[in-house]
Design a protein around this ligand. Structure first.
Ligand SMILES: Nc1ncnc2c1ncn2[C@@H]1O[C@H](COP(=O)(O)OP(=O)(O)OP(=O)(O)O)[C@@H](O)[C@H]1O
Ligand SMILES: [Mg+2]
Length: 160
């Protein structure tokens, strides 16, 4: 993994799927409850792979599948809950009916990590979140992480 950091955020090269997963594992170990991850990137760019790593880092043993049909999967057996959304099949005006703010405000559910694939479909966004953009490289992928509002990009142990 090669990392570059600037004022706006961090860019990391992920040369294969195992690097995507290990980035996820690190995030799953350290991200605080209340974190919202807005994931964007073309079909197959690695969004679910990253969330699977996050689940592993949280200590969740269930296999994490993309909630393409169920829309939201909740995993409550790790360090903190993981709420995994996939908005691919929804139009922007339909995403509001999922009430995503219930999860990111953590009012009626235990606060955890809210990971939202195809987050560009959201009609409105939380005040603070990490924006995670995945893109294809010649081989592998690039991930760009930006902190919006009060969100903080955690310290990551990645070669610089
Ligand atoms: N850094 C990487 N380099 C190469 N392949 C990768 C990398 N990360 C993940 N992959 C592979 O890309 C494929 C698609 O990954 P994944 O399902 O996570 O993408 P996705 O963005 O969730 O797709 P979708 O848009 O369908 O939800 C998988 O085969 C995965 O192993
Ligand atoms: Mg996916």
């Amino acid at each position: 993994m090669v990392r570059t950091t600037d004022a706006l955020g961090m860019s990391i090269e992920l040369k294969d799927a195992s690097e995507t997963r290990s980035l996820g594992i690190q995030l799953g170990r350290v991200l605080p409850a209340g974190t919202v991850l807005l994931l964007q990137g073309d079909l197959g760019s690695g969004k679910t792979s990253l969330v699977q790593g996050i689940g592993e880092g949280l200590g969740i043993r269930d296999s994490i599948e993309s909630p393409t049909f169920t829309l939201i999967n909740e995993y409550l057996t790790g360090r903190i809950p993981l709420y995994h959304f996939d908005l691919y099949r929804l139009e922007p005006e339909q995403t509001a009916t999922l009430y995503p703010e219930i999860y990111w405000d953590g009012v009626e559910v235990e606060p955890g990590i809210c990971a939202i694939e195809w987050s560009e479909r959201l009609q409105f966004k939380p005040e603070s979140y990490l924006e995670i953009l995945l893109s294809y490289q010649d081989t592998g992928r690039r991930v760009e992480i930006s902190a919006i509002g009060d969100a903080v990009i955690p310290e990551l142990r990645i070669g610089t």
